[in-house]
Ligand binder design. Structure first.
Ligand code: SF4
Length: 333
């Protein structure tokens, strides 16, 4: 595929969930999980998605996968609208987009052997192969993710967290996808194991020409793996740029606060404006700029008028949703 051709295009994606109450299960409210998210991803590119817990990043990943149906907006894979696909056509398209989950052990069926776990996607997609061919493919996949071929006959609970994540990755790669949605793939792992899994993902991206959507709350990990980074707050994108520009010159006060909270051994960098307060309820997001209840720079306009995402400093790669982004550029966080 032409590297300049968009692989996946997300446009104005919205997802809400109903909240029911009473014996008649009456809908009393809606949770605003994802609001108007748009971005593109190119072949062999990694787009990182960061934000605090509850900011909608995992829901975004699952809505892209069509594990949830979007309320509004579109997701196009190689130009084809996933929302318009049903049945066999949707299944066929799903071969190309796979997901890696946060909890490696719980994401694997405990009653299946590793061989069964990796074989399952072939069964789901009705892809028949002889026993010998399937055995060879499973061993090839185990080898690809750095597991011994004898692992095939063991059960997931016999493996460590890092090994279970490798099994999950082997399963995700079984159908030779082009895009992996990695939903907090290392956050449940020890730090030393995290780096092994990250290095594995980077090697696989190189060898198999994969694109990644990498969802995480650890900004250091996201910086390490991502070409571009999206910062989300309460379901909305507040800043989006190349990894380098976003970490070196963040504009949005929320991005600045997240970056300033990254642990550092440098004595020079101090956290002067840490994030204060809890993330507001997604059932009643604040008016205007959703961040205004926690923003140290909020002015009257912020609670009344919603800031739109706009290009900053003429850099079409860098967009920010803040009324005062330019004025705050030099403000320390
Ligand atoms: Fe803060 Fe206002 Fe900018 Fe929102 S628009 S981030 S409240 S300064």
């Amino acid at each position: 595929m032409d590297p300049r051709e968009v692989l996946l295009s997300v446009e104005n994606l919205h997802k809400t969930f109903p909240v029911y109450k009473g014996i008649f299960r009456r809908e009393v409210a809606r949770v605003f999980a994802v609001g108007g998210v748009s971005f593109d991803i190119y072949p062999q590119e990694t787009v990182g998605i960061v934000g605090e817990s509850g900011c909608g990043k995992s829901t975004l990943g699952k809505t892209i996968m069509r594990l949830y149906d979007a309320d509004k907006g579109s997701v196009k894979f190689r130009g084809q609208d996933l929302g318009a696909l049903k049945g066999a056509a949707l299944r066929e398209m799903r071969r190309h987009i796979q997901m890696i989950f946060q909890d490696p052990l719980n994401s694997l069926n405990a009653r299946f052997t590793v061989s069964d776990v990796i074989k399952e996607p072939f069964d789901i997609h009705g892809m028949r192969a002889s026993r010998a061919e399937m055995k060879e493919r499973i061993q090839e996949l185990l080898n690809t993710v750095g597991l011994h071929h004898r692992s095939a006959n063991r059960y997931p609970h016999e493996f460590s967290g890092g090994q279970c994540q490798r099994i999950g990755i082997a399963r995700a790669l079984a159908l030779r996808p082009s895009l992996l949605i990695c939903d907090e793939p290392v956050s449940a792992l020890d730090v030393s194991i995290q780096s092994q899994v990250i290095n594995l993902l980077l090697r696989l991206q190189d060898e198999l020409k994969l694109s990644y959507i990498f969802i995480a709350h650890d900004l250091t990990v996201v910086r390490h793996v991502s070409d571009r980074v999206i910062v989300m707050y309460l379901g909305e994108v507040v800043e989006y740029s190349t990894s380098e520009a976003l970490y070196d010159s963040p504009y949005h006060p929320y991005t600045k606060a997240l970056i300033s909270a990254i642990p550092t051994i440098s004595a020079e960098k101090t956290q002067r404006h840490p994030l204060v307060g809890e993330i507001p309820s997604p059932m009643q997001p604040p008016s205007g700029c959703r961040f205004h209840t926690r923003c140290p720079f909020a002015e009257k306009r912020c609670s009344a008028e919603k800031p739109e995402l706009r290009v900053i400093d003429g850099d079409s790669q860098h967009v920010v949703a803040c009324h005062f982004a330019e004025k705050l550029a030099g403000a320390s966080s």
